[in-house]
Design a protein around this ligand. Sequence first.
Ligand SMILES: N[C@@H](CCC(=O)N[C@@H](CS)C(=O)NCC(=O)O)C(=O)O
Length: 213
Amino acid sequence: MKLYTYFRSSAAYRVRIALALKGIAAELAPVHLVNGGGEQFSAAYSEKNPQHLVPLLEHGDLLLPQSLAIIEYLDETHPQPPLLPADARGRARVRALSQVIACDIHPIDNLRVLKYLTDKLGVSPEQKTDWYRHWVALGLEALERQVAHAPETGLYCHGDQPTMADCCLVPQLYNARRFDCDLSPYPTLTAIAARCEALPAFVSALPENQPDA
Ligand SMILES: N[C@@H](CCC(=O)N[C@@H](CS)C(=O)NCC(=O)O)C(=O)O
């Protein structure tokens, strides 16, 4: 199994956490998203992923993009420990929490969007940072409320074992810290992330612990 990754990519970070939680030793193939205009645009990588994004999982003749699809694939092929709950309601909740981050926060703060704002629309660095912080705050505010008082929330986003939602939360908060976002309004989310960050699987997936860092 090979994971195309970039140390700073929060979407790849999600998958690295999932691999580590499951104890799967995948080969890491770094794709530098910045150097030389971005290796995601090279002919060889574009052939594998026409979306020019990481992560991408290669498993035999399977080329699978999209972090959430990859995590669900890993969960089905390597069921222990499960990253989705056994019950339909629980699975739906974990997917919904994951998608708040992966579908509604992350895509509009992605590298290519920020680059378009500055390079094509002439937005200043300060405005770019404002943009980033605005969408992160909007998303995390809602997520905090969804998680804070829900009976399903435990030590982690759902129950007392890490799930796919935690694989999404930790990289998003890591990124938000890079942009100096104020995380004090989200005490439940930061407490959950702190518990996750103490686990070896989450430590091994950290951007600074990657070979391409
Ligand atoms: N929905 C995709 C998003 C993947 C994505 O946006 N990856 C970013 C890094 S976090 C990327 O490759 N960006 C390259 C670029 O913006 O040019 C997923 O969940 O895998």
